[in-house]
Design a protein around this ligand. Sequence first.
Ligand code: LMR
Length: 334
Amino acid sequence: MKIRTLLVGLVAVGLSAAAVAADPIIIKFSHVVAQDTPKGKAADKFRELAEKYTNGAVKVEVYPNSTLYKDKEEMEALQLGAVQMLAPSLAKFGPLGVREFEAFDLPYIFDGYDALHKVTKGAVGQQLLDKLEPRGIKGLAYWDNGFKSFTANTPITKPEDLRGKKMRIQSSKVLEEQMRQIKALPQVMAFSETYQALQTGVVDGTENPHSNLYTQKMHEVQKHLALTDHGYIGYAVITNKRFWDGLPADVRGQLEKAMAESTEYANQIAKDENDKSLELVRAAGKTEIRVLSDAERAAFIKALLPVHKKMESRVGATTIKSIYEATGFDPSKF
Ligand code: LMR
């Protein structure tokens, strides 16, 4: 009688009896960053809302900090169905064969979050997510992180300061070209290995938004940070398409609602989280933070902008053009 009453109650909030009576559906959500980052917090928010809106019919297990899988392995795990959800950075979709996402890595293509949202909240962003489907992946949302600073153990005020430096990058051909453009030596490496590589001198420097820099303690092994804002790091939340399509429709609907709200949350906190992390890096006192003058910033832009043209054949001239059109970015102004 009691169970029946409970089921009736749950059905009343919109879930089918089948969905609430069965064992919970488990969503393993793996990611590579700390919990205390925009992505980490948004994944936890999704867990909370998904479990609430489905009244426990879904249980979300979040595995942060590469505890379950590292960058490359997590993509394979999703395709094999060993995990159900990820939020890889947009720089990491090239190896899947969806090179267009690397357009997000083009230096200086977004002049701030507003310009970025014209893409991620618009038709171009949706078209890019749709390209994942033939790979068995469903793109659910874009989550913001922020704009990157270069770091190294020697001062950085101009592009030449990174010449000859071994710079850790994500697995993106655009980022490789970006580093080559300023005669730095790109080293592709998993996020989880970066701190140690910096500490032991396997690489000299790197680039990341401040939330990643601070929570991985990279600032403890990098003496200089330049506020270059030269590129963007954000995420596509993705799921295994077969898993997603196989969910009971009512459960899927509640998960979509949880995802929409966690996306809103992620994109609201991202800037503040990065600003706070920069202050914590400053307070730690181990890294000199350089604010670039207008002329110094202009020199970085001038040095890095040719990457857009060079990478047309990689990410597609049409993709780049559609981003320019959405944001109003005009490379000829520089
Ligand atoms: C990195 O690998 O540098 C970052 O993109 C990791 C992340 O997910 O933010």
